[in-house]
Write a protein that binds this ligand. Structure first.
Ligand SMILES: [Zn+2]
Length: 234
């Protein structure tokens, strides 16, 4: 194998590692945002359950006040009944009392329904609370691991970047430029094997002439189709 190709292969291996590190680093903010969204959704579910519980409480209090008002009304009517001597007025008051009593029954029915609602809400509130706690814990663990992963990746990135000049040493400038451009434009694969007459980069058949040129090791040979630098596997 040509010494320059050998050097480039080692460089490519290092550059691919760096590329993987950078790709992983770039994905971290997205991962963090996804965790944040999960937590927010759990917050919303819990808040909705709590809100409904509050509404029920408010309505029940209001109904209690209504009952009290009706009861006061009834006692007022009863007092008026004691004071009146007119028959029509007495029966009109009795009618009012009956109406008020009927209202009380209706209000109490509504209160019962609300109590049932509140009762059936308890498990879902409990579940929402538990889910929220679990979710929060999970997200916190995840965030912590994201932070340490980020630190590790950044350390690795610095290492790979600072060591890179060691691996580019002795590679001709033009060739290094060509390699760099290929690495960038060909998704991190600048050098590929040619096996059984096929370029491993683009999977296209290359000519016999190209194979002979690669084998002859007279210079750096690019794939006529994709431009990647070709070498024969050892
Ligand atoms: Zn090719």
């Amino acid at each position: 194998m040509l010494p320059s190709v050998e050097k480039l292969l080692i460089l490519q291996d290092r550059d691919q590692k760096l590329r993987a590190v950078l790709t992983e680093l770039a994905a971290l903010p997205g991962e963090k945002a996804a965790r944040d969204r999960e937590l927010k959704a759990a917050d919303v579910r819990l808040e909705a359950a709590r809100e409904r519980q509050k509404e029920i409480e408010i309505e029940r209090k209001k109904l209690e006040v209504d009952v009290k008002a009706k009861q006061d009304q009834i006692s007022r009517y009863k007092n008026q009944q004691l004071e009146t001597r007119k028959n029509e007025e007495f029966s009109a008051l009795r009618h009012e009392i009956e109406m008020a009593e009927k209202s009380i029954v209706e209000i109490e029915d509504r209160e019962l329904l609300l109590m049932e609602d509140a009762e059936s809400l308890k498990p879902s509130l409990q579940a929402a609370q538990e889910a929220h706690i679990a979710e929060k814990r999970k997200v916190e663990t995840h965030m912590a691991s994201l932070i340490s992963r980020k630190e590790n990746l950044e350390t690795r990135q610095k290492e790979l970047e600072s060591e890179r000049p060691t691996f580019t040493e002795g590679i001709e400038e033009d060739l290094l430029d060509r390699y760099n451009r290929l690495f960038k434009s060909k998704n991190g694969i600048a050098l590929v094997t040619v096996e059984h007459g096929v370029c491993a980069g683009c999977n296209m058949q290359v000519t016999h002439q190209t194979i002979l040129e690669v084998r002859g090791e007279k210079g750096i040979i690019g794939c006529p189709q994709c431009g990647r630098i070709l070498y024969e596997p050892q």
